[in-house]
Design a protein around this ligand. Structure first.
Ligand SMILES: C[S@@+](CC[C@H](N)C(=O)[O-])C[C@H]1O[C@@H](n2cnc3c(N)ncnc32)[C@H](O)[C@@H]1O
Length: 273
């Protein structure tokens, strides 16, 4: 099992708090004008997006690699998702008119061959006249700036994902400890650290603030339920790629896959093939 696969399994009981993020309900609703039946979501998680599109009258299937995500989709939403790896799906050629690769699939991968095999598989199961959408996670520009400032995202496009988890938990459990850690990561004085944080946190959009509140609830619940809540952080992949628009364009050039359109949102970039 890869680093990321273990992560999805371990986090599935708490996914409720995090699922409406990156390629979220707001963005999928903006995409609906481009979506045609039948639809496939690859990396469907616990079915948030599948359910939303079904509510809008689309005929939608969802696949996910992680069995516990499938179980929660059934328990929480009554959905029958299909357990499969996006690299090898149990569908005939051209079965769908729209395929959507959710965030948390190719965007979490560094290996180009692996990315190519998932994208080619999505293209295989999509009609020639259809569309394949590939989503890449993004942080809100203010959060991204802060993460770059304290080295959680490097200039080489590496995201220190586990460290981000540690810092996020610390910011919820122990704000003073967080400021101290922030200060030492950024190598600045206490006042500079505090000002940078206040500037970002105060002016975050509502959606981001709401997500922060959900994270705080998540950590409160896991602190109550688990003997070792840190184990949730330990299972996070140490690094995942962080790709900006330019890096995404370069990735598709490298794969020799032409991009038809690219939409940039605050919480993800959606590439249309
Ligand atoms: C961020 S979640 C997506 C959640 C989803 N957008 C929703 O509606 O809630 C990413 C999901 O992709 C799944 N995943 C990751 N790699 C995959 C692969 N190669 N094939 C299928 N699913 C995969 C993970 O198990 C995880 O549930």
């Amino acid at each position: 099992m890869s680093d990321t696969e273990h992560y999805w399994k371990r986090w599935s009981p708490y996914w409720f708090f995090l699922e409406d993020f990156f390629l979220d309900l707001e963005i999928i609703n903006k995409l609906t004008i481009h979506i045609e039946n039948p639809v496939l979501i690859i990396g469907a998680g616990q079915g948030l997006l599948v359910e939303e599109l079904q509510k809008k009258g689309f005929q939608v299937d969802g696949v996910d690699l992680e069995p516990s995500m499938i179980t929660y989709a059934k328990k929480r939403r009554g959905l029958n998702l299909i357990q499969a790896n996006g690299k090898n799906m149990p569908f005939s050629d051209r079965s769908y008119k729209t395929s959507i690769i959710a965030t948390g699939v190719v965007d979490f991968m560094g290996d180009e061959e692996e990315i190519e095999s998932i994208i080619n598989e999505a293209r295989r199961v999509t009609d020639d006249s259809g569309k394949v959408f590939v989503a890449f996670y993004q942080y809100h520009p203010k959060v991204e700036k802060l993460f770059r400032y304290i080295g959680l995202i490097t200039d080489k496009g590496v995201h220190l994902f586990r460290r981000m988890g540690e810092m996020t938990k610390l910011s919820c459990d122990n704000p003073i400890g967080y400021i101290k850690a922030f200060k030492s990561e950024a190598n600045v004085g206490y006042c500079s650290a505090l000002i940078s944080l206040i500037k970002v946190l105060l002016f975050l959009p509502k959606k981001e603030k709401k997500q922060r509140k959900k994270s705080a609830k998540l950590w409160k619940q896991t602190d109550n339920e688990l003997d070792n809540p840190e184990s949730l952080i330990d299972c996070l992949p140490e690094f995942i790629p962080y790709r900006n628009e330019e890096n995404i364009i370069d990735l598709f050039k490298l794969l020799s896959i032409p991009i038809r359109n690219m939409s940039v949102y605050d919480s993800c970039v959606v590439v249309q093939l």
